[in-house]
Design a protein around this ligand. Structure first.
Ligand SMILES: [Zn+2]
Length: 202
């Protein structure tokens, strides 16, 4: 071991993060070592038990503070309760919220259907979505899964399952980079895809 153990441990931990190679990991660790602004302690405080302090919203399965039943969006009476936007991940909620162009509610599936990876309907928050769809206040469900093979397959499956309900089922307009992630789409592209959404044919 070239580095003293405490420093090496930090480098090893950084290296496990996505997109961080050995060089970047060392650079980050040395940056924290030299830093005089208490960043290391602030990071440590933020990381301490942060997972335990979070929970899933019991309505839409977005992330919320532990102990709260609903997330901020579900609890907000100004949001349009007749619209549900279905996304794969809570990060997608963040992307759509950043556009400022959506006033409805969400439903986070926590993944997409993928036979290759063994992800079936029961592994996603699909049953709870179908339960929500029974509410006659719901007028439209926007399928905003990623424009990837898995995302498209999930949207198709959901549109079939939702076919029997008295509501509109729409899909985000094309124009999002195919194979990409909502998360990486810029705000204007996302807004265009949202406003140009089309009814699903099934
Ligand atoms: Zn919620």
């Amino acid at each position: 071991m070239i580095l003293p153990e405490p420093l090496q441990n930090l480098v090893n931990a950084f290296e496990r993060l996505p997109g961080i190679g050995p060089k970047s990991a060392s650079r980050l660790a040395f940056y924290l070592l030299r830093d005089s602004s208490n960043l290391g302690q602030d990071l440590s405080d933020a990381l301490d038990g942060f997972k335990e302090k979070l929970a899933f919203c019991q309505e839409c399965f977005n992330i919320t503070v532990a102990g709260r039943e609903f997330c901020e969006i579900c609890a907000d009476s100004r949001r349009d309760a007749s619209l549900i936007c279905v996304v794969e991940d809570a990060l997608d909620v963040l992307s759509l919220e950043r556009t400022g162009g959506y006033q409805g509610k969400y439903h986070v599936l926590h993944g997409a259907l993928s036979p290759i990876e063994g992800v079936g309907p029961d592994d996603l928050k699909i049953h709870s979505l179908l339960e929500r769809a029974k509410n006659s206040d719901i007028k439209e469900i926007i399928l905003a899964t990623n424009p990837s093979m898995e995302g498209d397959a999930t949207a198709l499956y959901l549109s079939q399952r939702l076919g029997g309900f008295d509501l509109r089922v729409t899909r985000l307009a094309r124009g999002l980079p195919v194979g990409g992630d909502l998360e990486y789409a810029d705000q204007n592209t996302l807004l265009r895809a949202l406003s140009g959404r089309q009814d699903m044919d099934f």
